[in-house]
Write a protein of this length. Structure first.
Ligand SMILES: CC(C)(COP(=O)(O)OP(=O)(O)OC[C@H]1O[C@@H](n2cnc3c(N)ncnc32)[C@H](O)[C@@H]1OP(=O)(O)O)[C@@H](O)C(=O)NCCC(=O)NCCS
Length: 193
């Protein structure tokens, strides 16, 4: 949805007004964040390690902050996929949740999140414990999708992430289309209500 207040007002412009105002792009680094959190006994599951849902909440929080910063306003979680838990997270771990915009479409953004843990009782480098990819959609005051600035990758790693995100996007949409089509066919055959 285009904000009509962005269209120039006053005397008619002799030049044709573009139907879609151009939004300047933003570099990846402008919205990249790291959210750090110490895991406590309140975060554990029955096995005594940290509950996966606690990590997912932190991932969603970090991705939401990036999406809001990049798009300059509210953005909602549209999809979350490839949430991978690579190592258990333990009480006392200092988690660093690192998030950045990998890719932008018209109104949606893919946010990549990497979670690393510093163990309180181990020396050595922080260990990667989880990763995820989330689709956020920027919305206006009515909850309708609104345009986002294009992300401008700055490094080779950013460019690789952009290309990988494009592959995931293609697969996500193809999978969704295929499932909708299958359901339509089954409904047409009267196989389900
Ligand atoms: C996300 C939401 C705004 C999308 O609304 P919609 O009417 O389906 O919007 P559209 O079909 O126009 O899609 C908007 C964009 O999202 C993308 N999108 C929507 N669903 C998607 C999905 N499951 N996977 C990937 N992308 C998706 C579309 O491809 C489109 O991207 P583009 O504009 O960059 O090309 C709407 O579904 C919503 O409000 N969902 C609830 C969100 C929420 O409350 N999240 C918090 C969880 S409690």
């Amino acid at each position: 949805m285009i904000d009509s207040s962005a269209v120039p007002q006053g005397r008619p412009d002799p030049l044709p007004t573009p139907a879609v105002p151009v939004i300047p792009g933003k570099p990846t680094s402008a919205s990249r964040i790291t959210l750090s959190h110490i895991m406590s006994a309140h975060d554990t599951n029955l096995l005594g390690t940290v509950h996966g849902g606690v990590v997912m909440k932190l991932v969603d929080d970090a991705a939401g902050a990036v999406a809001g910063r990049h798009s300059g306003g509210p953005a909602v979680t549209g999809a979350m996929d490839e949430m991978a838990f690579l190592e258990p997270v333990r009480v006392g771990d200092l988690l660093h949740v690192k998030a950045q915009v990998n890719w932008t479409g018209k109104t949606s953004m893919e946010i990549g999140v990497r979670v690393v843990a510093e163990r309180w009782n181990e020396s050595g480098p922080a260990k990667q414990v989880a990763s995820a990819y989330l689709v956020f959609v920027a919305v206006d005051a009515d909850g309708q999708p609104r345009r986002v600035p294009q992300v401008l990758p700055e490094t080779d790693r950013d460019r690789r992430r952009w290309q990988e995100a494009q592959i995931r996007r293609t697969h996500r949409l193809a999978r969704r289309r295929a499932i909708v089509e299958l359901r339509r066919e089954r409904a047409a055959e009267g196989l389900e209500d």
